[in-house]
Design a protein around this ligand. Structure first.
Ligand SMILES: C[S@@+](CC[C@H](N)C(=O)[O-])C[C@H]1O[C@@H](n2cnc3c(N)ncnc32)[C@H](O)[C@@H]1O
Length: 326
């Protein structure tokens, strides 16, 4: 494959996250300068030309990050710039969102993927990236998954979007502990994947989730996914509530990142089999992105080696923090 270079890269983000994305780039000391910006779309210029295989910084606020191949006035012209791509995905700014346009199939690891972004009637941008581990397979990092009507909360969508973005697999029979589980959107999504859940939250659960409820954690069935409600604040949950075999820690508590990470460390001490963590970090302001290194250090201190932070298409002032052990 011929090599290709550009002085520019572009990032696609949630409209409203542009300022925080620029701050993240600044604090990552990449030496990039802002070049051009629209809602959900930010271009940067580097000190030296970028190539498709330049090291890719992990920018939490960028749902998609591409080598920029420039602007065109028509879609056809924008597609024609992407001769190196083995597939082309499309995105557009529409109804105040940066939307991916659904396409069939998913890229394979290492595949060169083109993106055409339509920002206005005569403004199309062409970008190229290489698909890799923990990158969304979907156009503009937008899965387009829709929530079932019976879900008790939007948290269903956040779990499914995170699973799709990061390529997470949950095995039937696995056990997840979720702190901040009420009313139960995440629990419903997990139960439908065949996963059992210990939920910790003083608030009431929705009836649809209570259908799978068990009264006694110590006598959990082995022939069906179940839900055990430990109806108390996370800080009061004990080893007895959690039992044996918990493999994932999840949190959707509306508490500060510091509180959630402290509880995460405590739960991981109580359940040494925890192999993965998925936290929805609730921020008061996206400029808290400057604390990213501190959050990563807290997870590394627990023993996690693969750590990712990502704003998903369904998030507002939230970020998904994923950590797994090799
Ligand atoms: C956004 S809601 C969670 C939505 C839920 N994950 C779902 O799937 O429907 C936040 C929840 O965090 C809970 N919460 C807040 N502080 C908590 C704490 N210290 N311990 C446990 N739960 C807490 C609240 O009671 C509330 O139900």
């Amino acid at each position: 494959m011929q090599s290709i270079e550009s002085e520019f890269v572009f990032a696609l983000c949630n409209p409203g996250s542009e300022k925080a994305l620029k701050l993240e780039v600044e604090t990552t000391s990449l030496g990039w300068r802002l070049s051009y910006q629209r809602r959900g779309f930010v271009t940067f210029k580097g000190d030296a030309p970028f190539t498709l295989d330049s090291p890719t910084p992990e920018l939490a606020l960028a749902r998609r990050y591409c080598l920029s191949l420039g602007k065109s006035t028509t879609r056809e012209e924008a597609e024609a710039r992407l001769t190196m791509a083995s597939r082309i995905q499309h995105a557009r700014f529409f109804e105040r969102k940066l939307q991916g346009i659904p396409s069939s199939g998913s890229p394979t690891l290492g595949e060169a993927v083109g993106t055409v972004v339509e920002l206005g009637p005569h403004e199309f941008w062409s970008g190229l990236h290489r698909h890799s581990h923990r990158l969304s397979p979907d156009p503009a990092g937008d899965s387009g998954i829709t929530m079932p009507e019976e879900s008790p909360s939007r948290a269903w969508l956040k779990l499914e979007e995170a699973a799709r973005f990061f390529g997470l697999e949950f095995k039937p029979g696995e056990i997840v502990v979720e702190v901040g589980c009420a009313p139960g959107g995440v629990v419903l999504a997990l139960l439908r994947r065949g996963v059992s859940v210990v939920g910790v939250d003083p608030a009431r659960m929705a009836d649809i989730v209570l259908k799978a409820a068990i009264e006694n954690r110590q006598q959990a069935p082995t022939d069906r996914p179940w839900f055990f409600h430990s109806r108390k604040p996370a800080a009061l949950a004990s080893k007895r509530d959690l039992g044996h075999g918990v493999g994932w820690f999840m949190s959707d508590m509306n508490q500060s990142p510091d509180v959630v990470l402290k509880e995460c460390a405590r739960f991981c001490r109580m359940c040494p089999d925890i192999r993965g963590v998925l936290i929805t970090l609730k921020l008061t302001d996206l400029t808290q992105i400057t604390e990213k290194a501190k959050w990563f250090a807290a997870l590394a201190a627990i023993g996690f080696t693969d750590i990712r932070l990502q704003q998903l298409a369904v998030h507002h002032k939230e970020l998904a923090l994923l950590a797994t052990r090799d």
